[in-house]
Design a binder for this molecule. Structure first.
Ligand code: AMP
Length: 366
């Protein structure tokens, strides 16, 4: 390579956010002795300490897209060293710009309508029909900031409950199930995609993910891979990217994008040739990414929510890996996850049944 255009080696990477995703990113590359990873606790933010952090690291990444606007503005001072780019972060922070970007990249989404006042909700009903899912355009996660509008007379209640700010109205997608696909793109434009998982939520929180999804189709995996390539290429994206999808009878409809590693990809730590965390770290530090194939015919990831006691059932179980995030127990809080690897879906499902205590009643069904 011509030394004149050779990029300097990245020696320090700063990650905004020091939660479990930041920790798993850091440990995924722990053996790489020439890279120092620093985590910044966004909850302890102050302008001076953040600026020092932004200036001190060769590159900056982030574990969450829920970064407040004043911090994003401050990140602009070091824009060229932020990976994934600030353009990508801003695009996926807002459900309207996100949907427009998906559409522009040729990816199917629900029909939608921007809502800035009560009258816009009535226009949305005319355009989209009923029911409609109303969502705040920013800062919604795990189903928060949402309202299902079933009849036109619900509009006032919807505006009172989540309105008085920018909303998006989405046509209801009659999906069979929810799927996610995670990929990683390097600076040189190489893209590797992990096998997609089926994701089961309860009360807005992911409870478990399965690979392969029941009745998994190669055609749909191919659509999912094409979608990741289209959205990542369209933004010259660098790093791991997650696309949450609705599976319908004959298609996949994009719901939202996370410009980061995702809970539904935690299985890749033990289950794939390279984890979502490691490839993100390789990509954002300007290195080549490596293979994402699954190492096992069947894998499950079960979240540990509110209480870690049920993980005791995993003691002595083969091919079962318990991860504890070392967090204080609190209702609805993610405290860890358990990954199961298996030779086939039946064995995997038997093991999930043994760990049923981790899953709310009625939510695990084979
Ligand atoms: P979100 O915060 O966008 O992930 O939405 C939370 C949950 O609401 C999703 O996981 C779906 O179960 C449901 N949902 C969101 N948008 C739609 C939609 N347009 N049609 C049907 N269900 C939806």
């Amino acid at each position: 390579m011509n030394p004149a255009i050779e990029k300097p080696e990245v020696k320090t990477l700063g990650i905004l956010g020091n939660g479990q995703l930041g920790q798993m990113l850091a440990t995924s590359i722990a053996e790489q002795t020439n890279l120092t990873v620093n985590l910044y606790d966004l909850r302890a933010y102050d302008e001076t300490s953040l600026q020092q952090f932004l200036n001190a690291n060769d590159r900056i990444s982030y574990e969450t897209e829920n970064i407040p606007a004043h911090i994003v503005i401050q990140m602009e001072s070091v824009e060229s060293k932020v990976y994934p780019s600030l353009t990508a972060l801003k695009t996926f922070q807002n459900r309207l710009t996100e949907k427009n970007a998906l559409r522009a990249a040729g990816i199917a989404t629900a029909e939608f309508h921007a809502v800035n006042c009560l009258a816009d909700i009535h226009d949305a009903v005319t355009k989209l029909g009923l029911p409609i899912i109303m969502k705040t355009t920013t800062e919604g996660y795990d189903g928060k900031g949402q309202f299902v509008l079933r009849q036109p007379s619900d509009a006032t209640a919807a505006w009172a409950e989540i309105g008085n700010r920018e909303l998006i109205a989405e046509a209801f997608v009659p999906f069979i199930r929810e799927i996610s696909v995670i990929g990683c793109r390097s600076e040189t434009g190489e893209i590797n995609v992990w096998p997609m998982t089926e994701n089961i939520h309860h009360e807005g929180i992911l409870r478990y993910s399965l690979y392969p999804a029941h009745g998994f189709s190669k055609e749909k995996q191919a659509i999912a891979e094409r979608y990741i390539e289209q959205i990542a290429n369209s933004l010259d994206y660098v790093g791991t990217i997650t696309l949450e999808l609705f599976e319908t009878e004959d298609n996949l409809i994009a719901n939202e994008v996370a410009p980061r590693v995702h809970n539904s990809g935690h299985w890749s730590i033990e289950g794939a040739k390279t984890s979502q965390f490691r490839n993100h770290m390789l990509a954002v530090t300007g290195q080549e990414i490596t293979a994402t194939d699954s190492l096992y015919p069947a894998v499950a990831m079960i979240n540990v929510i509110s209480d870690e006691t049920p993980t005791e059932a995993a003691n002595g179980m083969s091919d079962t890996h318990v991860h504890s995030y070392g967090k204080e127990a609190r209702p609805a809080r993610k405290l860890g996850h358990v990954t199961i690897t298996a030779d086939n879906s039946d064995d995997r499902d038997k093991k999930i049944t043994q760990l049923e205590g981790l899953i709310p009643e009625g939510v695990w069904s084979k």
